[in-house]
Design a protein around this ligand. Structure first.
Ligand code: ZN
Length: 429
């Protein structure tokens, strides 16, 4: 991990570390494909009374620019802020709060138990195991499990729920330690973590070290094709160093003696998620062959695929501003739902200041009472929607649109409306 103890102040003076070589293959020739300007750290919520509220120059902003590697097709941020700067401002996120994620995890676990014939003699490890919401699903099959998660709050919640969990970052040295103590893992799971990994080689080397001979590694991450095709530019923020295709994952794991053997697509999960199946022996499925071929044919392996992206993002921004200004001109009041990182990218890039969006609601009590980075809207409990009845609510957390709308039936019944901001702003009915 770059940076070695640099403080936020040290970094803000310069540009962070600007990478001229690929984070995965080390190749030169990164091509810039999208520049979102400079943005505050997406999870860096402000407290009331913060000096930056009256003097915005005090709030650090960093470039948010995306590049493509011609060598291995990996899409990545040009400026890599040190992980300790980014993650020191993260708020604990508990996956169990989302029924959709819990259902998805249960299906994943049951599928693995059946496909790999897992039982009391097996060993399953999950990296970035959060509050144990997935590993708990192995309970009924008596499969021994171990979680790894650096976030103390969720890791403690997992242990309370009976899921043994190490509070640590995953990499080669931790993998060696786990293997020495527990033996190799028949199944290794890494969901929604690969984008956050600053040292990809150390992370994948750890997976290769810990997986049993002929074991299985499953990795879930949003698909870069959805980011581009659905114009999901708000999923770009400093915490997400990389954006993956099947091609870039295949090349990454191959450098560590592993093989991309299969891939499943979940269109409704986080705006379109792929689950990659990685093994120690090559056994490529028809399904993943088709995905790799389609990526080649459609040019995902070439910078040209990304060249129209910037224009579409700019159009999306213009469309959203026009809609929001139009509603304000008609006298409507607008709030937003979801004080998460993607809301920060959206609001700061589009320019959704307090004269356009009054406040943001969020279910996380740790965030309530704080203010959004950059745009400085106050964050209120979700009950504010029914009590205050803003005319429109921008769904910053559009990836949970169905769940949110189901929870907010009362707000809808009273005439409230939701707006999905990307790819083209749309008032939902
Ligand atoms: Zn590369």
């Amino acid at each position: 991990m770059g940076g070695g103890g640099r403080s936020l102040e040290d970094v803000v003076v310069g540009r962070g570390s600007v990478s001229t070589t690929c984070r995965s293959c080390g190749g030169e020739g990164l091509e810039s494909v999208l520049d979102l300007g400079s943005s505050p750290i997406a999870n860096n919520l402000l407290r009331t009374g913060d000096p930056a509220l009256s003097n915005p120059g005090l709030e650090p902003r960093f470039p948010l620019e995306v590049a493509f590697c011609a060598g291995c097709s990996l899409v990545q941020l040009v400026d890599a802020l040190p992980a300790e700067v980014i993650f020191s401002s993260s708020y604990p996120y508990y996956s169990s709060f989302s029924p959709m994620l819990v259902a998805h995890a249960g299906q994943h676990a049951r599928g693995l138990v059946a496909a790999r014939d897992l039982g009391s003699g097996s060993f399953v490890v999950e990296v970035a195991s959060n509050d144990g919401y997935l590993l708990r699903a192995f309970d009924e099959h008596d499969v021994p499990v171990l979680g790894v998660d650096p976030s103390p709050g969720p890791a403690a919640a997992a242990r309370e729920a009976g899921v043994p969990t190490l509070t640590d970052f995953f990499g080669l040295s931790l993998a060696q330690k786990i293997r020495a103590e527990h033996g190799p893992a028949d199944v290794l799971i890494a969901n929604n973590v690969l984008a956050h990994v600053p040292d990809l080689d150390d992370f994948v080397a750890g997976l290769a070290e810990l997986v049993a001979p002929d074991g299985l590694i499953t990795i879930e991450n949003p698909y870069v094709r959805e980011l581009v095709d659905q114009c999901e530019f708000d999923t770009i923020y400093h915490e997400h160093y990389c954006y993956y295709s099947c091609t870039s994952v295949a090349r990454l794991v191959e450098r560590h003696g592993l093989h991309l053997n299969d891939a499943e697509f979940f269109p409704d999960l986080h705006g379109g998620t792929l689950r990659w199946h990685v093994g120690t022996v090559p056994r490529r499925s028809r399904r993943v062959e088709d995905l790799l071929r389609t990526e080649r044919e459609d040019g995902v392996t070439d910078a040209s695929y990304y060249r129209g992206f910037a224009e579409r993002v700019q159009q999306s921004r213009a469309d959203l501003l026009e809609l929001v200004h139009g509603l304000r001109d008609e006298g409507h009041r607008i709030a937003a739902y979801g004080a998460a990182a993607k809301g920060s990218t959206l609001a700061n890039y589009v320019g959704l200041t307090t004269d356009l969006v009054d406040y943001v609601v969020d279910r996380n009590p740790h965030k309530q009472g704080m203010l959004m980075p950059g745009t400085h809207q106050p964050i209120r409990p979700v009950e504010a929607l029914v009590q205050d009845k803003p005319d429109y609510v921008l769904l910053y957390a559009w990836n949970f649109a169905e769940e949110i709308m189901a929870q907010q039936a009362e707000y809808l019944r009273r005439g409230g409306r939701f707006i999905r901001p990307v790819p083209t702003p749309e008032v939902l009915s």
